[in-house]
Design a protein around this ligand. Structure first.
Ligand SMILES: C[S@@+](CC[C@H](N)C(=O)[O-])C[C@H]1O[C@@H](n2cnc3c(N)ncnc32)[C@H](O)[C@@H]1O
Ligand SMILES: [Zn+2]
Length: 278
């Protein structure tokens, strides 16, 4: 009987198959795989963690997101709150007609979004990158075949023109880096909140101003050629358990008190904007 591979061994195979896309975060050199992880020509070594992720972030952890928040986010995804968004983005990727694209999720958090996409598209490879080790550790519990990395999206550990699709979902962006690593003909799909997003939470948070995405949109348009833009708005029924998770999944609620009983429904109001290198 053949031996079952460990998570680390499976991850090693995945990284080996896509090693050409990665580069050393310290010197920019190409990687080769080693028994324990990856190494560049200047001998900068990065070992795979036991859970099967690669830590290619060499700075200090600065994420506002911790395990409690990521666990709450996982609950919210499991309840199907973002299912219509996952469907929409999968359709967008499939409509691109790129054969087995290499898809990067920049700011993937605990990975549920990318794992959801994985079964709906036929990627050549999928990489989830987040600066938070807590997020990436949790992401490795998904069974989908995804390469998980702790890395800074402002210094992506990928070669120039190495990925086909960059997803950037409710996360900060770095368009200089995104344009550098994007292949010619590749696209960036950004998801950002619109005014009504989680309105019911914002209304109950004392001292929080209404949200406007104007600046974020302007920055996208300054840097990229907008190919298309869609609004996705829907309501989700909430019970007290889901409400608790939803209020815990954002750093906002840590700084502000939430008051009042929970609403029956919550609003998801998003903008999906697709761009290419100008
Ligand atoms: C609102 S969460 C969204 C996570 C995920 N896309 C989702 O929808 O569940 C924002 C994420 O951006 C990550 N992030 C913030 N700055 C980052 C950076 N410089 N590099 C990589 N990830 C970053 C945070 O750690 C966090 O996981
Ligand atoms: Zn190096």
């Amino acid at each position: 009987m053949s031996k079952r591979l460990t998570k680390k061994e499976l991850a090693k195979e995945r990284f080996a198959a896509n090693i050409g896309a990665f580069c050393c975060p310290l010197c920019g050199g190409e990687f080769v795989t080693t028994d324990t992880g990856v190494r560049c020509r200047r001998n900068h070594n990065f070992d795979l963690a036991r859970q099967g992720y690669l830590s290619l972030f060499t700075g200090r952890q600065t994420s506002h997101y911790d395990q409690t928040l990521f666990l709450a986010r996982r609950e919210v995804f499991s309840a199907g709150v973002y299912a219509p968004l996952i469907d929409e983005i999968s359709s967008l990727i499939n409509a691109l007609g790129i054969h087995e694209p290499l898809v990067l999720d920049a700011g993937c958090g605990e990975g549920s979004f990318l794992a959801g996409i994985c079964s709906r598209v036929q990627p050549g490879g999928m990489i989830g990158v987040d600066i938070s080790r807590a997020g990436i550790r949790l992401a490795t519990s998904h069974s989908e075949s995804i390469m998980w990395c702790v890395a800074d999206l402002a210094e992506l550990p990928f070669g120039s023109e190495s990925v086909d699709v960059i997803l950037n979902v409710l996360s900060p962006a770095n368009y200089g880096e995104f344009k550098r690593v994007l292949k010619p003909g590749g696209v960036i799909i950004k998801v950002l909140p619109r005014e009504g997003y989680l309105r019911e939470i914002r209304q109950r948070l004392e001292g929080v101003a209404p949200y406007s995405n104007e600046d974020v949109l302007a920055k996208f348009e300054e840097n990229l050629q907008v190919v298309q833009s869609t609004n996705l708005k829907y309501q989700v029924n909430v019970n007290s358990l889901l409400w608790q998770s939803m209020t815990k999944m954002t750093p906002l609620s840590r700084r502000h008190q939430i008051s009042g009983p929970h609403p029956k429904q919550i609003t998801i109001d998003l903008e999906i904007i697709q761009g290419s290198r100008a």
